[in-house]
Design a protein around this ligand. Structure first.
Ligand code: ZN
Length: 504
């Protein structure tokens, strides 16, 4: 009979080994997305898949199951907020999920999805819906089969939501989204009934080098640590944690649109500051990551939107920006620039949407993927249903598949379900957390107007970042706000800000 200390040591040793495989994968994936020559892609894909298969096998081993069962009484004897208790709890939860899905099925689905992704890459630019339609039917079948492994559930979409936003169910998301939609639609109508902001000034010529320099100077001020991170260019910006001493971000530059590089740099830096701020003692364990898709997104949105698109922020940074781009911005006032980076207009493409209409894009996708899983919507009908919702909700109809149902990678690079709700949960939470920070420190906006972010960053570290995945999202929200997820703070923030910008 081995002691629980020995069992815990052995569990941590095994988790560390798995973590090393995953981190090797992360570096290889980063390299693939940045500097790898195109000729390396097929072989690199195989290496990535081998490593993740080995990691999966190691994690689902019977020995991990035995260790977790053996440690159960010890975990229950500890206080709920003890680090070891949290580690055992989270690992057990992940383990139970992983062993439910047969390895052969995972392999089959992974191969199918990688084929769909390849097909989508070719089909999207030429607007070819027909060639992805049948593969998507198969994806839907696989998704329903996948959900089946988690039965019983209240709703077929629940297992997928649970994987990215643990603690929430379809019924919760529907309630929150319904409430938000009711408040958001009239606000969008009120804004769009007015003269739209002129954003042609941020679509002038902005050379790449000063764009990157400006973005990096800003995130350094915000508290992104370049001693423990770096920024490189890629096609689709993301953030990746190698370990607590190495959290990287990636951006892309459009010399004819200022918004692309700058706001994606700040967005990814928001994700990265979360991960740089996690207690380094959690390294090598599942605690060393963001606790849910929604909470992670709340951190990117806080820095990108609440800070990076605020009047206070630009009061400080606009003179410097103007100096760096005298030709593009020499004749543009701070007010005009601030309005341009906050232009609200119903558009077809989610990733380009402003912070007011963005959530309507997310709700459309959430409702459609839930309907597909329920069987109340067929793949054949998906493009029609998509266009109908855009016409109803945003007042515009996609002219083609490319700017409609084929725009997002999610359904073509994964299963149906759970992929989108985190974006809107993140927007809601960013406003809730920021309200809590303001309540504790009402000077935050005044500090921002001086280019100082230390009080906000420290508050986020202390209340959110350091815990990693120690608390579940509902536990964390409860600790920080004293309640659950709410619509009102985001609506207060939006009404306040856009009320001033548009005289509502
Ligand atoms: Zn994000």
């Amino acid at each position: 009979m081995i002691s629980h200390e020995q069992q815990l040591e052995e569990l941590k040793r095994r988790l560390r080994e798995i973590d090393h495989l995953e981190k090797a994968n992360a570096v290889l994936y980063w390299d693939m997305s940045t500097y790898m020559p195109p000729g390396g892609s097929a072989a690199r894909g195989q290496v990535l898949s081998t490593l993740s298969q080995i990691a999966h096998e190691k994690f689902t081993s019977a020995e991990i199951g035995r260790l977790l069962d053996g440690l159960q009484p010890y975990a229950e004897s500890l206080p709920h907020d003890d680090d070891d208790a949290a580690l055992i709890r989270l690992t057990h939860r992940n383990y139970d999920k992983s062993v439910k899905v047969p390895t052969a099925f995972v392999g089959e689905v992974t191969e199918h999805i990688s084929n769909v992704y390849q097909a989508w890459m070719t089909a999207r630019p030429v607007n070819d819906w027909a060639s992805v339609r049948d593969p998507l039917k198969k994806t839907l079948e696989y998704s329903r089969q996948m959900a089946g492994y988690f039965a019983p559930f209240d709703h077929i979409a629940d297992p997928f939501i649970d994987m990215s936003d643990y603690g929430m169910k379809t019924v919760d998301i529907r309630r929150v989204f319904g409430e938000l939609r009711e408040e958001l639609v009239p606000l969008v109508k009120a804004i769009t009934s007015q003269q739209p902001a002129d954003d042609t000034i941020i679509r002038r010529y902005f050379p790449e080098a000063p764009q990157l320099a400006f973005g990096e100077a800003v995130i350094r001020d915000m508290g992104y640590d370049f001693e423990r991170g770096r920024q490189d260019k890629t096609a689709h910006p993301f953030e990746t944690r190698i370990n607590s001493g190495d959290v990287r971000i990636l951006t892309r530059v459009d010399e004819h649109y200022f918004g692309d590089a700058f706001f994606s740099t700040v967005h990814e830096a928001g994700h990265a500051m979360y991960e740089q701020g996690i207690n380094p003692a959690y390294d090598g364990t599942p605690l060393a990551g963001g606790t849910s898709a929604g909470v992670h997104e709340s951190q990117s949105r806080t820095w990108e939107n609440i800070v990076g698109r605020s009047r206070e922020f630009w009061q400080h940074y606009y003179p410097r920006l103007q100096q760096m781009f005298p030709e593009a911005l020499g004749d543009v006032t701070m007010d005009a620039f601030h309005r341009a980076v906050n232009k609200v207009v119903p558009s077809l493409i989610r990733v380009d949407a402003d912070e007011v209409t963005y959530n309507l894009h997310v709700m459309i996708r959430f409702d459609l993927e839930v309907a597909l899983l329920e069987g109340t919507l067929e793949i054949e009908e998906l493009p029609r249903a998509w266009n109908e919702r855009y016409t109803n909700d945003l007042g515009i109809t996609p002219p083609d598949y490319q700017s409609g149902v084929m725009q997002d990678v999610h359904w073509f690079g994964g299963t149906f379900g759970g992929a989108f709700q985190g974006y809107t949960l993140g927007n809601l939470l960013s406003a809730q957390f920021y309200e809590a920070a303001l309540k504790a420190h009402p000077t935050i906006p005044a500090e921002m107007a001086r280019g100082q972010f230390g009080t906000l960053h420290d508050w986020l570290k202390e209340n959110i970042y350091q815990y990693g995945s120690k608390y579940t999202a509902p536990e964390l929200i409860q600790r920080v706000t004293g309640g659950g997820i709410e619509v009102a703070p985001l609506m207060r923030y939006l009404r306040n800000k856009y009320g001033a910008l548009y005289q509502l």
